[in-house]
Design a protein around this ligand. Structure first.
Ligand code: KIV
Length: 278
């Protein structure tokens, strides 16, 4: 096999998704369907269902470990689950979350991101925060670590924010978020992930940056959508956020539910008005 053969052959029928694929999808207005996974079996399922990007989210702290927040998740937890997911994927791009306190300084972020890539098999890392993360994003990106910059509602800041709330509702906050997105792109972020903002702001951020913008509760006018797997297959317990759509209601099994999610993202029927914030 040639030097680059292994990567090219990961997908039996389709080429694996790369950062270049995501940029092309944005240019060609093909919606990017993203989903979380935490183990090899579900990774295989979501890959087969056609997800373009799979995130090993620190939401595993809640849906796998049973915590109330993502704060207790450690870098060792993330490396372990990323390694499990990487074994199940053939086509989708694998992104791993950097957990709370694992990227407080650029050098620390580099060490932990390198672990997620070398030990976990991640192809990109995600970190939360706006302007304050610019130096870290620059540091990682300058060392060939692809970065997804997560702004808007950043769940690791829940104790500072005083709860999970829609962000960017007033003009000043919306302006700051647009500036954050621009600065993160300039620092080298490959993707922006935007959580829980009014749809109008989602569209404005998408207009202002050149990299793909993935939304979760950010309205329909972004380049792609992401949801937590367990929400899609109807396993959410407790209060369900407005942006969640439970696809298990209309399908008979988890594979059909995830396929239905992917096709609704692709054809633009998800998110509908009832999943959006104003
Ligand atoms: O941790 C996670 O699953 C996430 C998504 C909700 C975007 O950050």
């Amino acid at each position: 096999m040639s030097l680059y053969g292994h990567l090219q052959e990961r997908g039996p029928h389709e080429k694996p998704v790369t950062v270049t694929t995501l940029s092309r999808m944005r240019e060609e207005a093909e919606k990017i369907a993203c989903i979380t996974a935490y183990d090899a079996s579900f990774a295989t399922l979501v890959d087969v269902a056609g997800a373009d990007l799979v995130l090993v989210g620190d939401s595993l702290g809640m849906v796998i470990q049973g915590h109330d927040t993502t704060v207790p998740v450690t870098i060792n937890d993330m490396v372990y689950h990323t390694r499990c997911v990487s074994r199940g994927l053939r086509r989708a791009l694998l992104v791993a979350d950097m957990p709370f306190a694992s990227y407080a300084l650029p050098e620390l972020a580099f060490r932990n991101a390198a672990r997620l890539m070398q030990e976990g098999g991640a192809q990109m890392v995600k970190l939360e925060g706006g302007m304050l993360q610019v130096r870290t994003v620059e540091f990682l990106s300058g060392r060939d670590i692809p970065v997804c910059a997560h702004i808007g509602l950043t769940p690791q800041s829940v104790h500072k924010l005083g709860g999970y709330k829609v962000q960017g509702r007033d003009d000043a906050a919306a302006k700051r978020m647009i500036q954050d997105a621009r600065a993160l792109e300039d620092a080298g972020a490959d993707i922006v992930l935007l959580e829980c903002v009014p749809s109008e702001l989602g569209a404005a951020v998408r207009e202002e940056v050149g990299v793909p913008v993935i939304g979760i509760g950010a309205g329909p006018d972004v380049d792609g959508q992401i949801l937590v797997l367990y929400d899609i297959i109807g396993l959410t317990s407790g209060r369900r956020p407005r942006f969640v759509r439970d696809y298990s209601v209309e399908t008979r099994n988890p594979l059909e539910a995830v396929k239905s999610y992917v096709s609704s993202v692709k054809d633009g029927s998800y998110p509908a008005a009832e999943h959006c914030f104003s």
